[in-house]
Ligand binder design. Structure first.
Ligand code: ZN
Length: 394
């Protein structure tokens, strides 16, 4: 999860830090209670939020006073880890950067005072600084225009806010880790991916490294082809708990043959390793295969970073034993259309095997999942059946 993005070309901004007086709002709060938030600035706040760019505040004011004003203006909820106080702004921006675990090159700072911008730029040269008059132009700048906006980008702020509350709760928790997991009231939903969700599936295949079984990047077109292909399952897993959504946390690409189901890819987000998502998914797949009366085969390719995934596979019982069912299945990293990225030859892909028995349901999450033993997906019409009416999950 290295976040040391290259500075050149500039990475997309992941968090914009706003000064308040005469930057976010017109006026100085200490002198005039009735500071004004221009509509154009409000549109920028809402627009950046919708693109999945987080926003924070760095202001010289009394915290309670300024926060109350942000609330009254109806925008307080848009800001995470605010720094409102009297210290140096570079220190405040650094604390924001650290709390979000972002690289300084992905942080932007906007302030009407040239001296404040200079102070931040001096101590944090990778942070991009903008004068207040640029506020209304931000939505048009390339560094504030992410390549794609997914379901999860749109709820990124909510996910971070939930994450902070969850972390606080965990720090206070005194029982076992399993007790803590149960206290979260987690709901894990596995669903057949819709067209809308393919971008978030692609992102997961890109961003997961430790918990990615092959390290193969499946671009959007390849996933789209899989989705339309009978006998293939493209599954997205989302997770939420009583604090809020985690968003999409896992992807499964499965090829169903008569005697065996071939797991082409299992990847889960490293954000949720501690919640056991990979193990729960594997157990569910094993159980589904047992119910269908088929063996489970799984591609695994060591990437140097995914040892954790190999352990999860081995722990679930997958091994190298010979079996007749291997005959009808081709290994190798490619998907339809030969996905790009770090594919390489098929020779370094191991085909792991399991004769699964029924598995117990997980005890730490409530699992909502389709029935893969339903024979219909092997025939035509999978995309229609797969499309859930409710839109995005999680
Ligand atoms: Zn077999």
């Amino acid at each position: 999860m290295s976040d040391t993005a290259p500075v050149d070309p500039p990475a997309t901004v992941k968090c914009l830090v706003w000064d308040l007086d005469n930057t976010l709002w017109r006026g100085t709060l200490l002198e005039d209670e009735d500071v004004v938030l221009p509509d154009a600035v409000r549109e920028v706040i809402v627009g950046l939020d919708a693109r999945g760019i987080l926003q924070s505040v760095c202001s010289r004011n009394s915290h309670d006073h300024a926060w109350a004003r942000l609330r009254a203006l109806g925008v307080a909820d848009y800001f995470v880890v605010p720094e409102i106080g009297w210290g140096r702004k570079s220190d405040a921006v650094r604390r924001i950067t650290e709390q979000l675990d972002f690289a300084p090159a992905t942080i932007a700072f906007i302030d009407d005072q040239p001296a404040e911008r200079a102070e931040v730029a001096h101590h944090l040269p990778q942070v991009r600084c903008y004068p207040a008059e640029d506020a209304v132009k931000l939505l048009g700048l390339p560094e504030f225009s992410p390549r794609s906006v997914t379901v999860d980008s749109r709820q990124r702020r909510t996910m971070y806010q939930a994450g902070f509350r969850r972390t606080d709760e965990q720090a206070r928790h005194t029982g076992s880790h399993e007790d803590f997991l149960r206290s979260l009231e987690m709901v894990m939903s596995i669903g057949r991916a819709t067209d809308d969700e393919l971008t978030r599936v692609e992102e997961l295949t890109l961003r997961t490294s430790q918990m990615n079984a092959t390290g193969v990047h499946y671009p959007d077109e390849a996933l789209r082809a899989l989705l339309a292909h009978p006998g293939h399952e493209v599954l997205v897993t989302t997770l939420e708990d009583r604090f809020g959504p985690h968003g999409a946390v896992g992807v499964v690409l499965l090829e169903k043959h008569a005697r065996a189901w071939h797991l082409r890819l299992l990847a889960t987000s490293c954000r949720v390793v501690a919640f056991g998502v990979g193990t729960i998914l594997l157990n569910w797949l094993a159980d589904q295969a047992a119910r269908a009366g088929v063996h489970l085969l799984a591609d695994f390719r060591a990437t140097g970073r995914n040892r954790m995934m190999e352990i999860a596979y081995r722990f679930a019982g997958l091994d190298d034993r010979p079996c007749d069912c291997r005959g009808g299945v081709s290994g190798g990293p490619g998907g339809p259309g030969g996905p790009g990225g770090s594919g390489g030859s098929g020779e370094d892909v191991q085909l792991l095997h399991l004769v699964a028995g029924r598995r117990d349901a997980p005890t730490t999450v409530r699992l909502i999942a389709p029935d893969l033993t339903d024979p219909a997906p092997a025939g035509a019409g999978l995309p229609d059946r797969a499309r859930r009416p409710g839109g995005p999950v999680g």
